[in-house]
Design a protein around this ligand. Sequence first.
Ligand code: GEK
Length: 242
Amino acid sequence: MKDSIYRGVMGEVPAFAFDEEVARVFPDMIERSVPGYQATLSAAGALAQKLAQSGDRIYELGCSRGAAILSMDRAIPSDLEVELIGVDRSQAMLDACHHDLIDSGVAQHHVSLLKQDIRSVEMNNARLIILNFTLQFIPIEDRLKLLSRALRALKPGGALLLSEKVRLADERIDDLCIDLHHDFKRSQGYSDLEIARKRDALVGVLVPEPIQAHKDRLSAAGFSASEVWYQAFNFCSLIALK
Ligand code: GEK
């Protein structure tokens, strides 16, 4: 379904929330809003294919409608016994995810969906943890604790995929990339008004940080290495190793 949520909003724009209306249009919304989104989904699949072994768990924290889970499910050989666990606190997203992945019978591996806050979800035996554009919605003061818990949940040799909207270190290039992102959204059919309203709705909800802040935090959490493997304007994705 096409995202036209901010076409009709008049007056003060309410804060963005992952409610039923958003869940309904989410695949279209994220595809037309996040340059490089498909590349991050492919990377989740490629990483899962490379790293997964029987007995592993793979978590997607903030799974929305499960696009990354689906990419990993397809990429992991069917003879491996791997459990894919999606966590989200939005019931509307989880209902849609359940419909897309489980009711439809497309998943070849065991998929579990948990309605929980990712800050308190229990995780263990993980080979791979995916945070695909989710950490940006967690209050900054809670981010280190979450990453430390993710590190503890990973098996030796495990990895984290962290994709985020970021602030670029150079202010002029940051401004330029924000403009280029808005051009991207325009090219995807969003109007200037829709772009402006969505931006207002996300203030204080989606809080981007500099790439170096993410790298420093991953290191503080105990990850042995992290590198940016992909960037499109002010959207970036890192791989971190236990
Ligand atoms: C994808 N990864 O398609 N606890 C649980 N879930 C949360 C929390 C929280 N504290 N905060 C936010 N979420 C997906 C896209 S969307 C990204 C992820 C975006 C959930 C929220 O309900 C939403 O489903 C998801 O994180 C973020 O690859 O909308 O830009």
